[in-house]
Write a protein that binds this ligand. Structure first.
Ligand code: GDP
Length: 181
């Protein structure tokens, strides 16, 4: 079955987003402690696809070798999944483009791994600031990319982005199934 993975720096709102998408409160643990989600978790959705919860990267408060271990785990996981259709890279919409996120996206690009961006916690910003921050991301990414990857805007507290993200996964899934025939 097709896999769609979610990844982002710790505290970006990944667990909240996964809860929102799966409608299953308590399926993914919400934690305020960065770095709690350390293992790769799979959730089978509608018997159709796997939502893959990847560990956060860029922990501020863990030892360097722990960081390296995570990076290795993540990279080797991503590279070894033939059914991994798309990776959703979560970034907190309140922050300017962060080197760690941009570097990670570049690594994905170099390795030919399809990804989209999800700007999380949109409820925390006004429209103006939100579009400014997204624009800053575009500018940053267009330094090395010809076009901006697909992106979504989400808020786990208002439900914003839920349908759009799920629909895009459904659409992609249909295409994948057609190609397999
Ligand atoms: P994770 O570490 O990436 O899994 O992040 P969590 O889902 O545990 O969220 C980290 C913190 O951000 C928690 O305090 C959440 O309540 C908060 N949070 C997550 N998503 C949103 C959102 O969309 N809006 C707001 N206002 N807060 C959020």
């Amino acid at each position: 079955k097709a896999e769609y993975a979610f990844i982002g720096r710790s505290n970006v709102g990944k667990s909240s987003l996964i809860n929102m998408l799966t409608n299953h409160k308590g399926l993914a643990k919400i934690s305020t402690k960065p770095g709690k989600t350390q293992l790769v978790n799979h959730f089978l959705i509608n018997d159709e696809w796997y939502l893959v919860d990847l560990p956060g990267y860029g922990f501020a408060k863990v030892a360097k070798n722990t960081k390296q271990r995570f990076s290795k785990l993540i990279f080797s996981f991503i590279e070894s999944r033939p059914n991994l259709i798309n990776l959703f890279v979560l970034v907190d919409c309140r922050h300017e483009p962060q080197a760690k996120d941009v570097d990670f996206m570049e690594w994905l690009g170099v390795n030919g791994i399809p990804f989209s961006i999800i700007f999380t916690k949109a409820d925390k910003l006004g429209k103006q600031k939100l579009s400014e921050n997204i624009k800053a991301y575009k500018t940053e990414l267009l330094n090395t990319w010809e076009e901006m990857p697909p992106y979504f805007i989400s808020s786990a507290s208002s439900g914003l982005g839920k349908d759009e993200i799920l629909n895009s996964i459904d659409e992609t899934n249909k295409t994948v199934l057609l190609q397999k025939r």
